[in-house]
Design a protein around this ligand. Sequence first.
Ligand SMILES: Cc1cc2nc3c(=O)[nH]c(=O)nc-3n(C[C@H](O)[C@H](O)[C@H](O)COP(=O)(O)O)c2cc1C
Length: 325
Amino acid sequence: MKTRITELFGIEHPIIQGGMHFVGLAELASAVSNAGGLGIITGLTQGTPEKLANEIARCREMTDKPFGVNMTFLPSLTPPDYPGLFEVIVESGIKAVETAGNNPAEWLPMLKEADIKVIHKCTSVRHALKAERIGCDAVSVDGFECGGHPGEDDVTNFVLLPRAAEELTIPFVSSGGMANARSLVASLAMGAEGMNMGTRFIATQEAPVHWNVKQALVDASELDTRLIMRGLRNTERVLNNAGVERLIEKEQRLGADLKFEDIIPEVAGIYPRVMQDGDVDAGAWSCGMVAGLIHDVPSVKELIDGIMSETEAIITKRLAGMQAA
Ligand SMILES: Cc1cc2nc3c(=O)[nH]c(=O)nc-3n(C[C@H](O)[C@H](O)[C@H](O)COP(=O)(O)O)c2cc1C
């Protein structure tokens, strides 16, 4: 399929794997790129420029297709070495960067200079327009359904995507709640040029996470996510578990007095325990409502090939068949 997104990133299918902490390693990114999508390594999981350079080199050994790096900007008392990480991205010849969490303006000149295409992930039309104004090449429009940080506006993709289509000139992909061919066809219909998936890609053979995590996603329904940290204006959609229930109980008890320090046991250092050790109840980890649409653990190639062939069938048979004679 050819869209402005496949053209921009030089990929076969308009499917992107969003950056995911402790999931977006070389194994998953290369599998997505080998299957014709755009795989993305999560920069902050590596943490240091040296480790990121190693991970990029590892991914290069596993694929000769284009892949990208996610750079997430988080409020932090001890910020990561962003200049060093971006230097590695440029030096290693990466051609796609997914930014998220905050305005990437500071880094755009060096990325443009290196001919790197930037897709910025945003949860509102106003942020998408800002990304367009500062020179991003594309945006990933992340609806309220999404796993991770949906922002504070709570607009779902059935409104957010067509609103983005009304306003934007640069191409955008849908993100949040995307899992299958129906998601892709709907995204294209609503003006997107492709789709970004997070949670769905965790439940694949190649995702380098503990089997318990994949099983938890297969077992979960669309009712099993919770929103946390709303009071801190850092809302995150996570899979419910004992740690999350403890956290929500604290939020309810402390109300407006809640501080980040109160919930450190449930949110800090959780990802390696969940993704590597398989302790899925350790605390809060991002998960989208789309868990309700995940019923199996295919290979990435089976997943993407299935989405693309079914997409064609929906467009050429189901939808074409509905046209009045
Ligand atoms: C476990 C997990 C970790 C994530 N970590 C990050 C991250 O570090 N940076 C980022 O920009 N987005 C992160 N995301 C968000 C995804 O890139 C993507 O935008 C989101 O999952 C889309 O919604 P979906 O899960 O419904 O597909 C994460 C999502 C999940 C499920």
